[in-house]
Design a protein around this ligand. Structure first.
Ligand code: PMP
Length: 305
């Protein structure tokens, strides 16, 4: 425990083969993650179960996306799925405690001997795994819905890579904070892309619409999930370009991410979305989301037992 922050959670973290307190974890300054933002990450949600265990949700999909992100920036995946699962389970065991949590995984290209942009030869990736506590949105905040603002998407065109180079996303999150909003919804060339750390969905004429998968957005693990949940709930879904006008005229707007699940946006740029209350499509997707979690945790329990 860091003596200066006795009240701060100091998890046991994994860094390059060693486990120790977060407050004591150190990387060399020539790590390519520090110098260039040259790395990728993942965030896996963990849910506290009645017996006290914390279980990951959609872990296989998160590990597949990590592998894709690493491949796109040409870092060899340092572990296979079994290796990652073992690390994640150890992080959960080493940080047993109450409440929901998330596992943060970061892989950078490694530590170079000197600063130079092109990939250095013969370096080993830096691997970091940390458990953090998390509070999912309260029932009260869900009943109310959240505030969002819009801004022009100024990021690069490889948003499909879950890169640790998050400056564009950081500035958008700060923009939201300065407008007392939960999220900034970004538009590029008049078309909806995504939030600073979420995917965005609208409902128009009873159809759920999501911006096309591709280099302009990160395909959330919830992207495919929401598609499945919509099918289960009998909600028509279309993956297609959504214009700014459609966003502003939508009956419902919602965001999805590991830590928000699916969350209604009821105020956009100071104006009410639809009737200004969370809508029926949101309610159906949220219920289906909870059922999907219950199903997956029951499957995990039966496999373990
Ligand atoms: N887009 C961006 C830019 C994000 O940071 C996130 C959160 N990881 C998402 C979308 C949603 O992804 P997921 O559903 O995997 O949390």
């Amino acid at each position: 425990m860091n003596p200066n922050h006795a009240d701060v959670f100091d998890p046991t973290v994994y860094l390059n083969g060693e486990w120790g307190p977060l407050s004591e974890a150190r990387i060399p300054v020539l790590d390519r993650g520090f110098i260039f933002g040259d790395g990728v990450y993942e965030v896996v949600p963990l849910y506290a179960q009645a017996g006290g265990a914390r279980l990951p949700f959609r872990l296989a999909q998160h590990l597949a996306r990590l592998n894709r992100s690493l491949g796109k920036i040409r870092i060899d995946n340092p572990f296979d799925d079994a290796g990652w699962r073992a690390l994640i389970h150890r992080a959960i065991e080493a940080n047993a405690g109450p409440g929901d949590a998330l596992v943060y995984i970061q892989v950078t290209r490694g530590v170079a001997a000197k600063r130079g942009h092109a990939f250095p030869a013969g370096i080993t990736p830096t691997v970091f795994v940390m458990l953090s506590q998390v509070a999912y949105p309260s029932d009260a905040s869900r009943a109310q819905g959240a505030v969002a603002v819009t801004a022009e998407d100024k990021r690069w065109l490889h948003c499909d890579i879950k890169s640790i180079s998050l400056l564009g996303n950081v500035l958008m999150a700060q923009h939201a904070a300065e407008h007392d909003a939960l999220e900034t919804i970004q538009l590029r060339d008049g078309l909806l892309t995504e939030g600073s750390s979420s995917n965005v969905w609208i409902v128009a004429g009873g159809t759920l619409l999501g911006a096309p998968r591709g280099p302009r957005i990160l395909e959330g693990i919830r992207y495919g999930l929401i598609e499945e949940l919509a099918a289960e709930a009998g909600i028509p879904f279309e993956e297609r370009d959504v214009t700014e006008a459609e966003l502003r005229a939508a009956d419902e707007v919602m965001i999805s991410s590991a830590t928000k699940e699916v969350m209604p946006i009821t105020t956009l740029d100071g104006k009410r979305v639809g009737g200004g209350r969370p809508g029926p499509v949101y309610a159906a997707l949220y219920d289906a989301y909870q059922r999907a979690k219950a199903r997956e945790f029951a499957n995990q329990a039966s496999r373990a037992g």
